[in-house]
Design a protein around this ligand. Structure first.
Ligand SMILES: Nc1ncnc2c1ncn2[C@@H]1O[C@H](COP(=O)(O)OP(=O)(O)OP(=O)(O)O)[C@@H](O)[C@H]1O
Length: 242
């Protein structure tokens, strides 16, 4: 099967796409004496894929965690769909993370005791969906990610690439409006890494989810509509809408 080539920067989102869905502005965050973010900003528009790149320790993961409401910044503003995330309560943030955001990490972080099917169904189960309906949806997502045959295996029985595709299914099953992916291909060889980022970005685009993907790899960033570079806790937008 022919692989679609990553889109060239010049092909991407030629028109200003309206109002951002998520905006982080002037973000600062310290951990003890370490200033992880100095002045970081990022606008995310509905349905777009943004790659956050930059050297190790430049603040990429901290930026992602702030935007996702996992870490509270010391200063700056974060607005998601008209809501102030810096002022939001922990309860509100965790409800938002469960219902509107999806997460993907370097090491899938699947629950080892559960089957792949149960892992993918888990976010729906936590949201109160009955088991049969949740597992039916999970089976469809596994098929979509080309790992349907792994439904009854445990994560320990999967290869790294297969496990990440299961994790992509789990991240998307709730039809989130934003997927936060932190080095999702960092533990994979280049072939599997490319397959995972292609499947993630295709599935997200089909379901209308925006994606923020932290990566070191230019070939992963090539699947994004736009790149934002972090340096010493500051962001530099390298092109695209906004
Ligand atoms: N929870 C934490 N406690 C203490 N220091 C932290 C914490 N999280 C991040 N840091 C520090 O903040 C700085 C930025 O870290 P961050 O993980 O955001 O960078 P990064 O660009 O994602 O790095 P990498 O590419 O290596 O993952 C680093 O110096 C890191 O050690």
């Amino acid at each position: 099967m022919r692989r679609p080539a990553p889109r060239a920067l010049s092909d991407r989102l030629p028109e200003a796409p309206g109002t951002p869905l998520l905006t982080g502005s002037g973000l600062r965050k310290s951990f003890g004496l370490t200033q992880a973010l100095e002045d970081a900003s990022l606008d995310l528009y509905p349905g777009e894929v943004v790659a956050v790149m930059g050297p190790s320790g430049s603040g990429k993961s901290t930026l992602l965690h702030c935007l996702a409401g996992v870490v509270r910044p010391d200063a700056g503003t974060i607005e998601y769909d008209g809501q102030d995330l810096v002022a939001a309560s922990d309860t509100r943030l965790s409800a938002l993370r469960r219902s509107e955001f999806g997460f993907l990490f370097q090491f899938g972080q699947l629950v080892p005791e559960l089957s792949c099917l149960e892992n993918v169904a888990l976010p729906l189960r936590l949201g109160g969906r009955p088991r049969r309906r949740a597992e039916h949806a999970a089976a469809e997502w596994l098929d979509r990610l080309d790992v349907g045959e792994l439904a009854h295996k445990t994560p320990g029985e999967c290869s790294g690439g297969q496990g990440q595709r299961v994790a992509v299914a789990r991240a998307l099953i709730t039809r989130p409006r934003v997927v936060f992916a932190d080095e999702p291909t960092g533990a994979l060889d280049s072939l599997n890494g490319e397959r995972v980022i292609r499947m993630l970005t295709e599935a997200a685009r089909e379901s209308g989810a925006a994606v923020v993907v932290v990566t070191h790899e230019a070939r992963v960033a090539a699947y994004a509509d736009r790149e934002v570079v972090c340096r010493d806790g500051r962001t530099l937008d390298t092109g695209g809408p906004g």
